[in-house]
Ligand binder design. Sequence first.
Ligand SMILES: [Zn+2]
Length: 269
Amino acid sequence: MKICIDPGHGGKQPGAVGTKGIPEKDIVLKVALMVGEHLQRHGVDILYTRTFDEDVSLEKRCDMANTFKADYFISIHANSAENQTANGIETYYYNGSNAGLILARNIQEETVKASGLVDRGLKTNDLYVIRETNMPAALHELAFLSNPKEQDLLLNDKWLAQQAEAIAKGILKTAYISWIPELREDDPSMIDKLIIASGDGDMAAATLAMYEYKAPVILKDYYLLNPEGNKAKEYIVIGGVWEPSEPGAKIIRIAGSDRMDTARKLLNK
Ligand SMILES: [Zn+2]
């Protein structure tokens, strides 16, 4: 799966500029890079049309996506209007592209749900980057930089991270890739102890283990997919014969003769 992410504007083109002076180009670059990181940890190949503050023509952006043969193209922007009360989220697709509509709809649904902002819905417009790209494309407008309340959101890194996650969820849903929650390595409780369960069948026991060990659960597949991330000092492995090959880590195995027996062992602890 290959996805091209296009942070709008850049260089001499600031895009919209709010009353606090922060330009759209800076905000959308932050969000674009976070979206890309989420997609990369799901195994997606990412091409950014820019990764720093530079001028990139609209033609070049489309050429990059087309040469890369991206499966999807997503352009990220912040909105602006004369009327300061204009607010909410909207996503554009190219008129007549059904796959573009589905992509735009999934991004719109996730971002509205995550933010609680006004749903301005899906729009079609003859925008260069969604017209000249060969793959399903969407252009997402995060919120209005011209609206004082939404400007504050757009200047809040936590809010941007939340919306980046929502955009990534919408894209992955379109590509039929299931969302894997992110474990944050800067959260000490996350790296102290981890419970590893092999799959849905062990989740009952894993849930009991969460209370017993006060640690988060990750699935074995996720652990194997992310060998560089989320190292723990102690692993609690539920069931099975597999165990993490982590030098120096303490490994506690909880396994019964079957899944019921494993859960029973935890209940009796
Ligand atoms: Zn823009």
